[in-house]
Design a protein around this ligand. Sequence first.
Ligand SMILES: *Cc1c(COP(=O)(O)O)cnc(C)c1O
Length: 405
Amino acid sequence: MSEPITSLIQHPYVPPAGFDAPQPGVFKASTVFFPDVAAMRARDWKHKEGYTYGLHGTPTTFTLEERIATLEGGLQTVLVPSGLAAIANTALALLKTGDEVLIPDNAYGPNKALAEGELAQYGITHAYYDPMDVADLAARITDRTRLVWLEAAGSVTMEFPDLVAQVRLCRARGVTCALDNTWGAGLAFHPFDLDGAGLAVDVSAHALTKYPSGGGDVLMGSVTTRDEALHMRIKLTHMRLGLGVSGNDAEAVLRALPSIGLRYAAADRTARTLARWAAQQPAFAQVLHPALPGSPGHAHWQQLCGAADAAGEGAAAGLFSVVIHERYSQGQVDAFCNALRLFRLGYSWGGPISLVVPYDLHGMRQRWPAHLARGTVVRFSTGLEAIEDLRSDLAQAMVTALSVA
Ligand SMILES: *Cc1c(COP(=O)(O)O)cnc(C)c1O
């Protein structure tokens, strides 16, 4: 007979099978049990045929992986602890000493920092290309180029590239291309079928931190592919680097996923309404939102995302930036951001709360892009608040800080 404490730890009760409910259960583990040594030796962690160790997957993480693969139109997905880890996992799996990676000049900043930091230390070189000039990308591809990053729309300045042409170019030159698909989220366009005839990126990296989580309270990323061999390279690196995610975090994303379409559309509607309003304000020299005619790459957005919804208005993330006219001082721009009440100062996006971040573009880009007005770039991400309240908030902050030039 065991002591109660032992029975408490190794309890014989097993609940009946067959429980079925809207949400899948949350499985949490480092240790996973094996029935015998032969099973322990035979268990294959690579192919999702069983369980070996928490780091290599649980029913909860496998379920989320399958749903993200479906969202993206891919076949295989690995989960990582952040969107940046998805970028790093991809780069470290596909690049070695002597290789070169090409990154758009308007890429998510930490992607550039990884190239300038660890990748450079490992003897992997990088070059930045003009996201709005396919010829510039073509000219930079050499026989050392092993990976091309793509981003649509670009971070902060929101230029929408000719993604179809970029991917065709990579295909023609035999270079692997990886899209940072956080903006599109699998909803605005199909990364694995860009032209309706199967034109696909090789890798789609996604910060699940943003729309899939939707709460501003989870960090997670994913790397999705349609090629088993490519997936295996990424998965082996993922295993060797020890990039696991927590069961509770996976459950939080699983809980938010069913409403992602509604949340994305709501944030889109709000961002577009406010961006159109902002375009009427003289304090703003330029409004950057790919769905606005005149915004850099609008035609490319129209081509790729214009038919993504039933109403024919296209789809876009809830993000837009303004270039505050250069006649305003940095102090006035800061005062404008500080005066906002509903738009909170904070990084990230895709959650319920609207956010604002002022950027210093000089430190971020090789040179000031010709298609951008001079001034200070401020990025807004729209949450799920009422549009009128957000518009009033912008208006009061403008009166407070930007009325006198
Ligand atoms: C936020 C973001 C990431 C990184 O996601 P984290 O989970 O914050 O690491 C990567 N790419 C883009 C475009 C992002 O907006």
